[in-house]
Structure formats: structure tokens, C-alpha cells
Write a new protein. Structure first.
Length: 315
């Protein structure tokens, strides 16, 4: 792709990025609007290999139980923001995973609907949590135009081949005054700037697109939405983004701590084979963890958080 899908500018510069297993990829960034994209994007026949079942975790847990408890608290905070901003009624989570956000929203009185590409995750949402889930792309979902109070893309928009079409579709599915919720890693963040190709949230080749707060806002506003809230402080995403990115810069093996924190069934590689990396990671993680929290507060204050959440209302 030569010209930017966001603003039409040419002359995007490429930089080297690493896949989670160290495979080299390239990301291009538009000099006009800052939008980035993975180039080339892997075809459908190859991208599936980057989403093993382990990516989603097995059963109920993707991480250690203590961490799962913390994640539940974050999910509740996220649902509370949606409750304050959205009218009551049906809500759609696009890329709903195992369905836990929808479960929380149902507890707050909403009618939950999910779309999910992973049959494994969709099974959990449908059969364990009893949430109606469309398995497949949003384009083939049987929903009526103008029927939802809220449509949510929680760290999923960057995984779609055509996020711009997804935003247009969300606009069509929403009632007048309906709420669009989008959270993405922020390529304009301090942590992205500092860590470059070592940035944890770059996540190539799964992320086809690399939005920043301003390029995401522009894409949303082009689809006749009015942005009503922009949050840069995410305790769920940003301290860990800092910690893992700093560790990636300082140690040889990419995303080692992340693999270790995943519950046993979700681990992608045996860890005991590399005691030197384990010791180094531990020795560095102890002093870097409080620093990561401080940097998260700093970048939120500067409005350049490692991830950004935009809330917008359909005009
Ligand atoms: Zn552009």
C-alpha cells in the first residue's frame, strides 16, 4: 500500500518490527496523520497461525488467578464508564473474546450481544455465559441497522483488515445518539516513542493497523461521530506496556515475562530452558515495576498514554 488510508498522503516511512517469536516485519507510518500499518499484512491463509488457541487461554483463565482478579476489577471500571454514557438496551462487543465484558454489562442491565472470530472463545461466551454470539465477521452478522445502544471495539479494531469499514458499520448499527467505544494501543504514546520496535503493544503481525490518539479520532469523526471522552490512563494496559517494553529493550528474549505470566496452558514456550533470562528478567522487573507505574501517570498527564480509549456519540 503506497498512500495512507487515513489521510491519503504518500511517502510513508517503514521501520523494522519484531513478531512475538522474533520474526522480522515492517511497519509503515504516514508522515501526514501518523497512522501506521503492518506491511505487508499477512494473508488470511497465514495469519491464523499467529492466533493459536493459547492466544485466548483455555477454559476460564488466560493468566494466573491473582491477575485474573485484577482484570475483573478493570472490566468493572470499563463497564461503569459505558453505563454512564450509553442509553439502556442492546450492546454489541465486536471481538468479544470469552464474553466477560458483556457478562459485566448484563449485570448492569444491558442486553449483551457478541461477535467473535474464534470459535473456541465464542463457545465459552455462548455456552458458559449464555450470551448470543455471532461466530464470524461483523459483515455477516444478522443485526438490524439502528438497533444498538452501544458498539464496542476493545483492543480489536487494529486486528481488522479494514477498520474504517468497521467504524462505518458500527455507525449503521447504532441508534441515533448511540455510543461507540474504541480502545487501541496508542502509537503516539511516550512508551511507543521510547521503545520503538521493542514496544510491547506493537504486536505484529496480529495488528494490521497502528493508530495513534489523533489518527483514531480522525477516523471516528469522519464517520459522523462526535468524540465525547478521550482517556489516556489505563491501569489495565499501560504500566504493563511500559514494563514489558523496557524489559524487551534490556534483555535478549522478546516478551519473556508476558509468556511467563500467562497461565501454564497458555504458555507458548518452555521457560525453564533459559535460567539466565529468567534471573535477568526478575532482577530488572523488581525496580522497573514501580518506574512503569510512575511513567504511566506521567504519560497520562501529558495526554500520550500507552493505550487510548475514545467514547463517541452517533450524530
Ligand atoms: Zn495519513
Amino acid at each position: 500500500m503506497t498512500s495512507c488510508r487515513g489521510c491519503g498522503s504518500g511517502g510513508a516511512q517503514g521501520f523494522a518490527a519484531k513478531g512475538t517469536d522474533g520474526t522480522p516485519f515492517q511497519v509503515r507510518r504516514c508522515p501526514g496523520c501518523g497512522l501506521g500499518w503492518t506491511d505487508p499484512a499477512l494473508p488470511d491463509s497465514e495469519i491464523g497461525a499467529w492466533y493459536p488457541q493459547a492466544y485466548y487461554g483455555s477454559g476460564n483463565a488466560r493468566f494466573h488467578p491473582q491477575l485474573e482478579r485484577l482484570i475483573r476489577a478493570f472490566r468493572r471500571r470499563r463497564a461503569d464508564v459505558i453505563r454512564r454514557r450509553a442509553q439502556p438496551g442492546p450492546v454489541l462487543d465486536v471481538g468479544c473474546g470469552r464474553g466477560y465484558l458483556l457478562k459485566t454489562l448484563r449485570e448492569l442491565g444491558f442486553l449483551p450481544y457478541g461477535v467473535e472470530l474464534s470459535e473456541h472463545s465464542a463457545w465459552h461466551a455462548a455456552h458458559k455465559l449464555h450470551i448470543p454470539v455471532h461466530v464470524g465477521p461483523l459483515e455477516t452478522a444478522p443485526y438490524q441497522a439502528g438497533s444498538f445502544s452501544a458498539v464496542i471495539f476493545w483492543h480489536t479494531l487494529e486486528h481488522f483488515r479494514d477498520p474504517f469499514a468497521m467504524l462505518a458499520k458500527a455507525h449503521a448499527l447504532l441508534k441515533p445518539g448511540g455510543l461507540l467505544v474504541v480502545a487501541v494501543p496508542n502509537s503516539e504514546s511516550l512508551q511507543a516513542e521510547v521503545s520503538g520496535p521493542d514496544w510491547f503493544h506493537l504486536d505484529v503481525p496480529r495488528h494490521y493497523w497502528h493508530f495513534g490518539a489523533s489518527s483514531l479520532r480522525a477516523a471516528i469523526e469522519r464517520n459522523s461521530f462526535v468524540v465525547v471522552q478521550e482517556d489516556h490512563f489505563s491501569f489495565e494496559q499501560n504500566p504493563y506496556g511500559w514494563l514489558q517494553s523496557l524489559l524487551n529493550m534490556a534483555t535478549p528474549r522478546f516478551n519473556y515475562l508476558y509468556d511467563w505470566l500467562k497461565s501454564k496452558s497458555a504458555r507458548s514456550a518452555p521457560l525453564r530452558k533459559n535460567p539466565a533470562q529468567a534471573l535477568l528478567t526478575l532482577a530488572l522487573a523488581v525496580p522497573l515495576a514501580p518506574l512503569a507505574v510512575l511513567l504511566t501517570v506521567l504519560e497520562a498527564g501529558l495526554r500520550c498514554g500507552g493505550s487510548v480509549e475514545l467514547y463517541a456519540v452517533k450524530r
